[in-house]
Design a protein around this ligand. Sequence first.
Ligand code: SF4
Length: 888
Amino acid sequence: MNDRNIIQTTCPYCGVGCGISALVNEQDHQVKILGDKSHPANFGKLCSKGSALGETVELKGRLLQPKLYGRDAGWAEALDLVAGSFINTIEKYGPDAVAIYGSGQLLTEDYYVANKLMKGFIGSGNMDTNSRLCMSSSVAGHKRAFGSDTVPGCYDDYEQAGMIILIGSNTAWCHPVSFQRIRAAKEANPALKIVVIDPRRTSSCDIADLHLPLAIGSDTILFNGLLFFLSQQNALNQAYIDAHTEGFSEALNAATISCNTLEQVAAQCKLDIDDLQCFYQWFASHEKVMSLYSQGVNQSSSGTDKVNAIINCHLATGRIGNPGTGPFSLTGQPNAMGGREVGGLSNQLAAHMDFSRTDDIERVAQFWGADNIASKPGLAAVELFDAIYDGKVKAVWIMGTNPVVSLPDADKAIQALQRCDFVVVSDCIAKTDTTALAHVLLPALGWSEKDGTVTNSERCISRQRALFHPAGDAKPDWWIISEVARRMGFEQAFHYRNASEIFREHAALSGFENNAGQRLRDFDISTLAKISQHDYDHLQPVQWPVNQAYPQGRARLFDDGQFFTASGKAQFIAIEPRPPVNLPDKNYPLILNTGRLRDQWHTMTRTAIAAKLNQHRPEPFVEVHPIDAQRYALLPNTLAVIESQWGSMIARVQITDSQQQGNLFVPMHWTGQYASRGRMGALVNPVVDPVSRQPESKHTPVLIKAYRPVWQGFILSRRELTVTDSEYWVKIKGEQFYRYELAGETLPEDWRSSVRKNLGIITAENAQWQEYQDPGKGNYRAALIVDNQLETVIFITAGNHLPERNWLTSLFVKPQIETRERMALLTGMPPLGVPDVGIIVCACFNVGEKTIRAAIKEKGLKTHQEVGICLKAGTNCGSCVPEIKALL
Ligand code: SF4
């Protein structure tokens, strides 16, 4: 490989938006992934997910050809069918009977065209996106306070802040490279105060000076209390309030009524009063404060109020727009911001214009040449799927997302698509829970083939560049949408030949009637409206706005105290704290919280392909406080059923006091492709915030009870098996093996035939079975060796004891197994002298927990740096450093 094979692109996972230098080997369809040292989001660093991208570009499992009602088809037939069905539905039932549901995975150019088709030409507002589930409360909060959806600050502020507050954000796992940067800022400046506000004690607490484990949903009380405290301590910036804001008295009055003593706030938030006072005093005394917040704030029935309660405190102290200050929404998805820019949410129009202003609607219609533009917002995600369920929306096009896993009340979403007349899904993956319900499947490009732009949390627009030619018949999303639009009769408006043409149009719209004589809008990249193909190809990361005033972009907004409201002043919002809509009761006494894991992304369609990313947390689990575990008779590592009034799941119990008593936590990632009962969305409360329409994914009343199967076991197999007939199964891809965790409620007569034959485990001529069966105890163990290589291992028991999997899985990467290993196979334990590394902690260097523990003990290691020197663990992406520190 040489420099000509190095392509600069962007990570497709979280909103940090890290730059990647990809060393491409087109011939072997392989790529080596390195962090782009020149990219301002990461300066060469990547987390475990970004580092493993090279393992996700394989073509196995890709959707490579259009499919119509289960059969392969050509593009022309597929596009004709989609266009024809949409036309027929609109003619019969009107434009609001069709909808598009997009994704923060779409590139800005794809998003722009989808939104233009639905809102501009079909004439319905029914274009929404999975970003609704992620950060629409931030959008709504920004608009209420600033008159625009503006993130004021930038990542550089981390180094300049005197205090960083992480609110409802496990930054260490969900935005790891930002977390590493904050950690480095703290190491360089130990005076930097870090406060984590989260009901759970997460890995982000690793660098915290203070952790406030507040009661779920009490954020508005906490920040109203802070506003009141600041006023009492004369810590307000009255000059700023007078010159640049409106509505302060009303906001302070509301805070005074609800939160006027420390005791009251501490009691309602269930916080230690000294810790609370410490936080308030630190906020009051630090001039440079950043508040970073994420889904713990947004995913709530009062998410918008939470956002504004935080912003109120920054406005009251004038801590916004200047280096090291400001509220800062960490976006979950790689292009959540790009979607916001083009109007991906159903209440937005385009280029940060929306339906609330007639002149915006007329302006966009004029620019697009659209005489049928929508005049009102469309349905937001949860309402959209309700409307599909009710038969009001009869044709839906889902792009690059898996709503039957990720939506709340997700079983209802399945039923909605089952009832829908016409479901189109564009995706790069063939088998997802959602593609299984589609009438038409359209193969879209995967990350490594896409070409366009994305925008990260700090408003930085970066290029995503194709590393490989399209796989099979896959096409860019913008092409697919444009072809359908043309077939629907909108030829002129969708005559795009490449992504750069769309980008230029998008940039031109952002600047259209957006100058001194007109209403000013924050999103303006008009300088890029005439960008050449060459310059688009070589576009370097740039933070919007990019206009006449800021041709090189702008790091911070609001440094001049000017906002995008009618008066030019920021708006305080009077917040009256509201409890979550559904509270625990005797039937559902616990609160379910949900969230991301360090090494998985969304519904695992890509990260689960990378074996190394499956080692960290291989199975769906539920975190339970020790007192709750005792109360509900739950033992560590056994299975439990969690139920809400909407649905249920089964997960492995992890008992930890990092969880509050009365709260449970489950990860959001597992789907029907990887687990029989692991979809947490089935349980989640579908109530939404009244302003942002974002669902309350962090607060669902549930019950938990032990799941006691008749038998349980696991299979390790070099070949992929079809294991779907036991009540509980989980599929995990490993390094040269597949692992299946199993449990069932009926004991078969004969394990040999049941397991071997039903799973289709073939017995080659030169195969050797080892087997142990104890029907009395319900134990069955077997190992299949072919050509002196381990092919399959099976452990089943009617009791509780099963061996750990690590040593057995390590045998699959060996070219041949040794005699002593063969003899130990059915014990499941390594022979004497062979180490067992334990659960993998460092995914980058494959270092296990037992190895780290042993090194700490034997070599007297005291710091994570010493562990790094000794074992390399934690020295690449750094995502596992908090866990290493916990072991220390
Ligand atoms: Fe990708 Fe990790 Fe960077 Fe997020 S932090 S963009 S997942 S490399």
